[in-house]
Design a protein around this ligand. Structure first.
Ligand code: HEM
Length: 126
């Protein structure tokens, strides 16, 4: 039986494993590596905070993810398939490492946020 996500250390392991997959992924890797040229030393701690705040209400994330993804989309078109694939990789990573109430919660939050983010990113403003 796998354990549940219980603290920041677990979130760090999950986020690191997820982005290790993302970086090497044929469908969405290039958006991070070539389009955004992500500084991983900055991005990963932001993502630890983002997910820690969502699961444990720590209040330690402040950012504007919806704007960040719109900017990315304006540099290089993003699609429904990109978002669906992101979500698939995220769920697959969670399932390979954890199980329990918090593991279910992080997957359902990710799915819901991805749906809103996809809508806000891909819908033209005008
Ligand atoms: C195909 C889908 C996605 C792609 C390609 C993508 C890519 C990116 C990139 C390139 C950045 C900026 C990294 C940097 O240079 O600092 C970023 C930031 C971020 N992403 Fe995504 N993302 C995707 C989906 C998602 C989803 C579904 C979520 C949440 C469930 C998410 C949450 C975030 C957050 C919280 C940030 C940090 C924003 C900030 O505070 O600066 N992303 N993403």
């Amino acid at each position: 039986m796998k354990k549940d996500i219980k603290d920041r250390k677990d979130i760090e392991h999950l986020v690191n494993a997820f982005y290790d997959k993302v970086k090497n992924d044929d469908v969405i890797g290039y958006l991070f590596n070539d389009v955004a040229r992500v500084n991983w030393g900055e991005h990963l701690p932001k993502m630890y905070n983002f997910w820690e705040n969502i699961l444990f209400y720590t209040g330690n994330y402040s950012g504007s993810p919806m704007i960040v993804h719109r900017e990315l989309h304006s540099k290089n078109t993003m699609t429904k398939e990109h978002f669906n694939h992101w979500n698939h990789l995220f769920n697959e990573t969670v399932d390979s490492m954890f199980e329990g109430v918090k593991a279910e919660e992080i997957k359902s939050r990710a799915t819901n946020i991805a749906a809103v983010m996809m809508y806000k990113t891909l819908t033209p403003i005008d």
